[in-house]
Write a protein that binds this ligand. Structure first.
Ligand code: KIV
Ligand code: ZN
Length: 514
C-alpha cells in the first residue's frame, strides 16, 4: 500500500511575493482553475487582509474553483483571521485558515518584540479563534528552521490542543540542510505528545538551492503535506518547485512509495500558464519544465535514445505534458470549437469574452496555420491585459535593413486619446522601444529583455519578456505575436501598464530622435 502526500500550492500567495509577479484577480482565477485541474489538494489563494484586491481574489477563488481546499493566510491577529474566514466562506467545508507567527529567537526579539511565552499565547489564541470560524486550521511556526527545538515542541503541542490539524514547519530563510531538516521533523513527530492528531507539513525556501531536497528529507521523516509552487516561484530564491517534488516521488516510487493526487500530464501546461501570466521566464535547463529538460544534444546521447529511450530518459516527456500540444484549431474553426477547447483548458468564457477572444483567434489564424494550446493561452493573456490597460498599441511600423538605421513609428491609445511618435534605434526593437517610451511616463529602466518561441516552426509566435524597474517597483510582462518586433512592443506596453500612475507625457510632440 502506498502512502499519500498532500500537495499545498502557494503560487498565488508566496509565489506572488516574487518581485514583479503580482497578478490581477482574473489572472489568479485562471491559475487557480489550472491548479484544481492539475489536482493539487490545497490552493493557498492569497493573504486577504493585504488589500481589497487580495480579499476579492481569495473570495472569488473560494466561490468559483472546484475540488481543492482553499486556504487563506492570516497573521496571528484577530483582524487577519476574521478576514480569511470571510474571504473563504463560499468554499464551505473546503475552506482553511492558515495562521502563522514567528518562533525563532531573532524573529521573536527583533521583529515581533515578544517573549516566547507571549508568542505561545498569541498562537493559541489565533488557532482557537480560527477554529471557532472554520473546521480546518493550519498553524505555521515561521522560521521554524532556525527555531529552538524545545520551544517548537512546546508551541506545536499547544496549537494542536487548541485545534490546529495541520502543523507547518517552514524553513523560511532556506538555511537548513536536508539531514538537519529531516531530523527536526522526526524529533517533532516523536517528542510532541499529541503529534498523531495533526498532519505535519513543510514549506522550504530555496536560498541555498535546497528547497526540494529539504522537503523530501521531511517527507522521509513523516511530513505528509508539502507546500510548493509552480516553477519554484516565491520570495527571494523561491519555494520548492511542485513539479520537481511530484516527479521525484513518481519517478522514484521504488524508493518513496508515496502518491500525490497530481495529474502529471498537466504539469507543463500549468507551468507555461504561470510563466506567461507572471512574466517570469522558465530557464531552459530547469528540471521537468525547462525547454531543454528532455532535449538530447550530443551524438552519443541521441544515438542511445534512438536505440532505447531509457538509456538517457528516466521519465517520458509525455508523462509531464510535453509533446502533447496538439494542433487544436485552425482558420476554419468556429466559436463553439474555440469555447469548447478553452473549457478543456479550464477556462470558461462568457459571451462577451468569447467575442473578443474569437476576434484575436481569427487574426492569429490568418497569420499562422496551426494554433496550439499555448497560442490560446497567449491570446487570453493579451485579452485580459488589453481590457484593463491605460495604454494600447494601435499601430507599429518599423523599417530596418542592412544600410539605414532602423526607424519605428508608433501609434498608441493612452486613456482613449491617440498619440504618435517616431524614433531611430540600434535595431528595430530598440527603435520601437524608444518611440513607445517617448510617449509615456514613468517609463522604467529595462532590466531584462528575452525572446522565446511559444511553439515550433518559423510561423511560431515569438514570446517576449520584459522586466522594467521604476524606483522600488519591478514589473515583468510578456507579449506574443508572429512578428517579434510587435511582440516586443506588446510586452513593453504590458509592463508599462503595470507601473503605478503611468500616463501620457506632458510634452508629446514627435520624438526628436529622427
Ligand atoms: O516562508 C514562510 O515562513 C511563510 C509562512 C507564512 C508559511 O511563507
Ligand atoms: Zn514562504
Amino acid at each position: 500500500m502506498s502512502d499519500r502526500l498532500y500537495i499545498f500550492d502557494t503560487t498565488l500567495r508566496d509565489g506572488e511575493q516574487s518581485p514583479g509577479c503580482s497578478m490581477n484577480i482574473e489572472e489568479k482565477l485562471r491559475i487557480a482553475h489550472a491548479l484544481a485541474a492539475l489536482g493539487v489538494d490545497v490552493i493557498e489563494a492569497g493573504f486577504p487582509v493585504a488589500s481589497p484586491d487580495d480579499f476579492t481574489a481569495v473570495n472569488r477563488i473560494a466561490a468559483e474553483v472546484p475540488n481543492a481546499m482553499i486556504a487563506g493566510l492570516a497573521r496571528a491577529h484577530p483582524k487577519d483571521i476574521d478576514g480569511v474566514a470571510e474571504a473563504i466562506k463560499p468554499a464551505g467545508d473546503r475552506g482553511r485558515i492558515h495562521t502563522f507567527i514567528a518562533t525563532s529567537p531573532i524573529h521573536m526579539e527583533a521583529k515581533l518584540r515578544m517573549s516566547p511565552d507571549e508568542v505561545v499565547e498569541r498562537a493559541v489564541a489565533a488557532v482557537k479563534q480560527a477554529r471557532n470560524l472554520v473546521a480546518n486550521v493550519e498553524f505555521s511556526a515561521e522560521d521554524a528552521g532556525r527555531s529552538d527545538d524545545d520551544f517548537l515542541c512546546r508551541i506545536v503541542e499547544k496549537v494542536i490542543d487548541a485545534g490546529a490539524s495541520v502543523i507547518n514547519i517552514p524553513d523560511t530563510v532556506g538555511y537548513m540542510t536536508p539531514d538537519e531538516f529531516g531530523r527536526k521533523i522526526k524529533l517533532l513527530r516523536e517528542r510532541v505528545p499529541n503529534a498523531d492528531q495533526a498532519i505535519f507539513s513543510v514549506h522550504c525556501h530555496n536560498d541555498l538551492g535546497l528547497a526540494v531536497a529539504n522537503s523530501l528529507a521531511a517527507v522521509e521523516n513523516g511530513a505528509r503535506q508539502v507546500e510548493c509552487t509552480i516553477n519554484g516561484l516565491g520570495e527571494r530564491a523561491g519555494n520548492a518547485a511542485l513539479e520537481e517534488i511530484v516527479m521525484i516521488l513518481k519517478t522514484r516510487a521504488d524508493r518513496y512509495n508515496i502518491d500525490t493526487g497530481i495529474d502529471t500530464t498537466k504539469i507543463v501546461q500549468t507551468s507555461k500558464l504561470v510563466s506567461q501570466i507572471t512574466g517570469m521566464p522558465i530557464q531552459a535547463n530547469k528540471a521537468i519544465v525547462g525547454a531543454n529538460a528532455f532535449a538530447h544534444e550530443s551524438g552519443i546521447h541521441q544515438d542511445g535514445v534512438l536505440k532505447h529511450k531509457k538509456t538517457y530518459e528516466i521519465m517520458t516527456p509525455e508523462s509531464v505534458g510535453w509533446n502533447t500540444n496538439r494542433m487544436v484549431l485552425g482558420k476554419h474553426s468556429g466559436r463553439a470549437a474555440l469555447k469548447a477547447r478553452y473549457v478543456e483548458l479550464g477556462v470558461t468564457l462568457d459571451d462577451e469574452q468569447l467575442v473578443a477572444v474569437f476576434e484575436r483567434f481569427k487574426a492569429l489564424a490568418d497569420k499562422k496555420k496551426d494554433i496550439f494550446d499555448e497560442d490560446l493561452q497567449a491570446i487570453l493573456n493579451e485579452d485580459a491585459e488589453i481590457n484593463t490597460e491605460h495604454v494600447k498599441l494601435v499601430a507599429l511600423h518599423v523599417a530596418s535593413g542592412t544600410k539605414d538605421a532602423p526607424v519605428a513609428a508608433v501609434k498608441l491609445d493612452i486613456d482613449g486619446e491617440i498619440f504618435e511618435a517616431t524614433a531611430k534605434g540600434d535595431g528595430p526593437v530598440d527603435a520601437a522601444f524608444k518611440a513607445i517610451k517617448s510617449l509615456v511616463e514613468p517609463n522604467g529602466k529595462l532590466l531584462l529583455y528575452s525572446v522565446n518561441a511559444i511553439t515550433a516552426g518559423t510561423d511560431a509566435q515569438g514570446e517576449v519578456t520584459v522586466r522594467l524597474q521604476d524606483g522600488e517597483r519591478i514589473v515583468n510582462a510578456q507579449g506574443s505575436d508572429t512578428d517579434i518586433v510587435v511582440a516586443s512592443a506588446k510586452a513593453l506596453i504590458a509592463a508599462l501598464n503595470k507601473l503605478p500612475n503611468m500616463h501620457a507625457r506632458e510634452v508629446h510632440a514627435q520624438y526628436s530622435g529622427v
